[in-house]
Design a protein around this ligand. Sequence first.
Ligand SMILES: CN1c2c(nc(N)[nH]c2=O)NC[C@@H]1CNc1ccc(C(=O)N[C@@H](CCC(=O)N[C@@H](CCC(=O)N[C@@H](CCC(=O)O)C(=O)O)C(=O)O)C(=O)O)cc1
Ligand SMILES: N[C@@H](CCS)C(=O)O
Ligand SMILES: [Zn+2]
Length: 756
Amino acid sequence: MRLHNLGFPRIGTHRQLKFALEAYWQGDSDEKALLSTARQLREDNWRLQQEAGIELLPAGDFAHYDHVLATSLMLGIVPSRFVQSGQSRLDLEFQVARGQSAGGCCGQASDMTKWFNTNYHYLVPEFEPQLAIKVDCSPLLAQIEEARALGHEVKPVLLGPLTYLYLGTYTGNKLELLPQLLAGYQQIFDALNRDRVNWLQIDEPILGLELDEGWKKAFRSAYSQLRQGQLKLLLTSYFASVDHHLDLIASLPLHGVHLDCVAEPTDIQLAIDILPRHWVVSLGVIDGRNIWKTDLEALYQKLEPIYAQLNGRTWLAPSCSLLHSPVDLELESDLDTTIRPWLAFARQKCQELALLKQALLSGDTRAIEDYSAPVRDRLQSSQAVNPTVRDRLQNLQSFTRSEPFDVRKSRQQSLGLPLLPTTSIGSFPQTGDIRHIRAQYKRGEISRDQYTRLMQQEIESCIRKQESIGLDVLVHGEPERNDMVEYFADYLEGVATSRFGWVQSYGSRCVKPPIIYGDIQRKEPMTAHWLSFAQSLTDKPVKGMLTGPVTILCWSFVRDDLSRDQVASQIALAVGDEVQDLIAASIHIIQIDEPAIREGLPLKRSQWGAYLDWAVTAFRLSCASAPSEVQIHSHMCYSEFKDILDAIIALDADVLTVETSRSNMTLLDDFRDNAYPNDIGPGVYDIHSPNVPDQEGIKRLLTKALQVIPAERLWINPDCGLKTRTWPETEAALKNMVASARTLRAELVAQQEEAM
Ligand SMILES: CN1c2c(nc(N)[nH]c2=O)NC[C@@H]1CNc1ccc(C(=O)N[C@@H](CCC(=O)N[C@@H](CCC(=O)N[C@@H](CCC(=O)O)C(=O)O)C(=O)O)C(=O)O)cc1
Ligand SMILES: N[C@@H](CCS)C(=O)O
Ligand SMILES: [Zn+2]
């Protein structure tokens, strides 16, 4: 039996990678310093895993920005707009991820989207008909060498060719590109052979999807064509079961397969029966994506007969890469002492595997019995159930708003908004000063009153800036929020937050997912005091800003003893209570953000309907109590939406703002023929790039939008919130956006007059 790991968090216990990246981008450090931090992190990670008991360590799971982008660079698949002579490989990587710096030419960053159903974002590979593959796997080989020099036995990790192809964008049939791509993968295989690599972990998570015949055929042909030499391929999939593809997998020339046995019920016996007798079967039995301590005793009972059957062919691992888990629970000294023993972070998950192995080898279960006791405590804890919340949900009468959109729209004329209203998505720059003030408050260095006053100053400054820019619907700027989910978690019973539980979201950006351990209800109003202050400063409408139930759910570590739809409904009630308080505070426009609604989709399309039903219900429940005069907005980003358009329509928000600019408004093709019935604001510029969009560019996008959306239903806004930008970029960009809106408005009025 061997213990291995699919990948480890690369950001570091104290987000060392984040700080090193940002210092490099700001010009405060050099390439040498960044590479040295990265190397140190890899070293720490390997040591940590080895000390915990992992025997075969992953190498090549580390990436400076993103592992899909690292694969693109390894293959030389880089959009031609970035390839110039002179820049280092590292700078090329950052240009593709972040857009070309002002000094370079006009390179728009590659699109970024969700990694399957997680809150991690990858850089979408862009394929051109001639892939111009130019393999350079020296960074991977260097990582293998580093690990070997430290005395570790490693298993390199490579994103498989089919999944890589599936995740990219291409105007034609992607499978046409497979032969070219395979030539690149062959070169990588050859290099790994020359390097005497033994096992290669080849990640093909698309096997969790319901693939069509074309892709299944491509799997067979790709893996039979690739000459493996001495390499032993361990095919890994995760985030879903692959029971439906076992015959396909069994037909591939592999040496082993890894199964995620946690994400969905997985028939391990079926796998053993179908897979070739000589293959290694890696069982992903420790949840790599949630933070609950594993009931090792129960797992032991389940695995014992399987282990006996597989004998030496059993490998044990977390279900997926631990990229999605915080690093080390040891650091959480402030966590509630009842809750802390219920948890396991990445390091503890590795230790769980070691305990499990010990028990399976020796048959002595005493250690795992002791270890697992808190799991039972959690499931029986009185903290998990709140009868008031259960009764309230049981007795609910109203799940949706009372009048249809057209009636609501006419009642909302009282808001007095112009044609093509301009707005932003909510957050304004979270400057170092703001974060520092919050850190001081948390450390008790400033009082609550001082903190409130400083945040109010920031809100006032945001309002004045927006007035001067000329926006129509203002926001308070969200300065008081550490994060759009964590902030709300602190106001909710049944939810805990950690201190160092960072998980990488994209590049240098991290989040601390809250921990939902019990029934949820609001402790007190969460935002109304900030909004009421903001509205008192201006005659323009200020938009209230809430995070929706599905997003709070998807971006948290969620309890496993209650169904996700029940948890979402509980959150919806809490958000709905805040909607009431905002209305009472004279806020007439309220945005309920749901950027995570698409990422919550199960991998298998056949399961989408059930998920979307409860997700839509939860959103509608959160705003059901808003009278028709109150305008409800929602916002979505980081995803493709065309395949869930019906659900998005069913949300029935009065206004939907949605990310579109990075994908050049291709989303609008789906909105043709009035496909989207309510008001919509397709984002007109990419907020991830420091580049300031010019008026002409914005106007071009808006003109495109006007071809499919009638002017009376079109809003003008950026793609997403502006918290990651600086103020100079933000003001310049918004001024250009407002100027474009005004020009377009004038042109539309002139056209109307001409037509009369
Ligand atoms: C919209 N997005 C979000 C997603 N998921 C979320 N949970 N939240 C989101 O907003 N998923 C999809 C996208 C992903 N986008 C982003 C964008 C930006 C960030 C981001 O900026 N993250 C911050 C961390 C945010 C935070 O919690 N900040 C805290 C702590 C600040 C801090 O570091 N303090 C220092 C001390 C500072 C001092 O003393 O001067 C410290 O503690 O050491 C806060 O503001 O209070 C990031 O920096 O990565 C994430 C996802
Ligand atoms: N209101 C949030 C939405 C981000 S998806 C923001 O503006 O940051
Ligand atoms: Zn967004």
